[in-house]
Ligand binder design. Structure first.
Ligand SMILES: NC(=O)c1ccc[n+]([C@@H]2O[C@H](COP(=O)([O-])OP(=O)(O)OC[C@H]3O[C@@H](n4cnc5c(N)ncnc54)[C@H](O)[C@@H]3O)[C@@H](O)[C@H]2O)c1
Length: 332
């Protein structure tokens, strides 16, 4: 599948399909001076396959883990770009999950006031969600994604074959973001996820459907001034759980639990059945009162109110403005 979307002077191309990692060189330009950034948990075969397609490329491997999405790692990436003598005609290519994509994208957005960025996402979360939309980020202390920019990749190359090496926990964690998009925006995708078909048989279709939703939403609201907030379904309580769990629960697991508080009874029943099937949590392990300080710190809060997303039935949503106390009171 190929999708193209333009935003201001940027055109972002999305190339999705099994084996597409072999076309990275052609899409970027094989002669260009490039830095490939990956993390220490990404299987080396993907990185080797990308490097082999360039005549002038170097590799930087950053340490894996969300705790490394910080200024120290950013400095390492900037130093490597300098070492490789990348100028504005060069490019940075990220190969890895959402963590690598977020920080490499941020480095590309500010090095030399911005260089071309290419993303080769290798986790389900990154393929179906994080690699699209141009958000780049670093964590600042315990505050997630506090520092960031909008910098769209020139091209996102999505090879679903790379998901074969992903462990079940990370796969299901990524699926939580897909379930989120299906719940608010695609009743047919929600039904497909409810069906008995094995996930491995439907993965390509699922990624393609999620990409269509994400592109559609981002195109309509690139700077998150309205509609794009729909992608925050489950995130208000999810983020608060994520901070409280101090790295024990993944982003997707927290979003999964967070969604169940903003649904009709019927929707919650269907959602919980689906989440359990994929070993995802269906409720917060923390009481509302314990989460209130984290909910109050929601960086998207405006005039004391948080815009939450409520789902009555699959493929529908409404925005509801709530105080942090009202949100916390949903958790018994
Ligand atoms: N920019 C956005 O719009 C956006 C949206 C959602 C989430 N995010 C960010 O994404 C990050 C989470 O992404 P994630 O879930 O991909 O986590 P991650 O990037 O930390 O990857 C999870 C683990 O999987 C390993 N890995 C990567 N690819 C693999 C493969 N093919 N096979 C085996 N192991 C592999 C990584 O080394 C890592 O240890 C968070 O930092 C979150 O804030 C960003």
């Amino acid at each position: 599948m190929r999708l193209t979307f333009g935003y201001r002077d940027t055109v972002c191309e999305i190339v999705e399909g099994r084996g597409s990692i072999a076309s990275v060189g052609n899409l970027v330009g094989k002669e260009r001076n490039v830095l490939v950034v990956t993390d220490s948990g990404v299987p080396v075969q993907y990185v080797k396959s990308v490097l082999a397609q360039f005549s002038n490329a170097s590799l930087l491997t950053i340490p894996q883990g969300e705790e490394n999405k910080n200024f120290n790692t950013l400095e390492t990436i900037i130093a490597a770009l300098r070492e490789q003598e990348i100028d504005r005609s060069g490019a940075l290519i990220a190969v890895g999950g959402g963590m690598t994509g977020d920080i490499a994208g941020f480095a590309a957005s500010c090095y030399n006031r911005g260089i071309d960025f290419y993303n080769v996402p290798t986790t389900l979360l990154a393929q179906a969600d994080a690699s699209i939309g141009g958000k780049t980020a670093l964590n600042f202390g315990h505050i997630k994604n506090m520092v960031g920019t909008f910098h769209h990749p020139r091209c996102v190359i999505i090879d679903t074959d790379t998901l074969k090496t992903l462990d079940a926990r990370h796969l299901y964690s990524g699926l939580a973001e897909v379930i989120k998009m299906a719940a608010t925006s695609d009743a047919a995708l929600f039904s497909m996820l409810e069906s008995d078909q094995p996930l491995t048989d439907t993965l390509d279709e699922i990624v393609a459907a999620a990409l269509r939703i994400k592109c559609d939403v981002v195109l309509k609201d690139p700077l998150e001034q309205g509609l794009r907030k729909v992608l925050n379904f489950g995130h208000t309580i999810g983020h608060a759980i994520e901070v409280a769990s101090d790295g024990k629960l993944s982003h997707g697991e927290c979003v999964a639990a967070g969604m169940t508080y903003f649904c009709s009874d019927d929707m919650r029943k269907r959602l919980e059945k689906m989440l359990k099937r994929y070993n995802l949590p269906v409720k917060s392990p923390f009481a509302g009162a314990a989460l209130l300080p984290n909910i109050s710190q929601d960086k998207k809060r405006k005039d004391g109110l948080i815009t939450t997303v409520y789902v009555e039935s699959p493929g529908t949503f409404e925005f509801r403005k709530m105080t942090p106390e009202e949100v916390a009171s949903l958790i018994s």
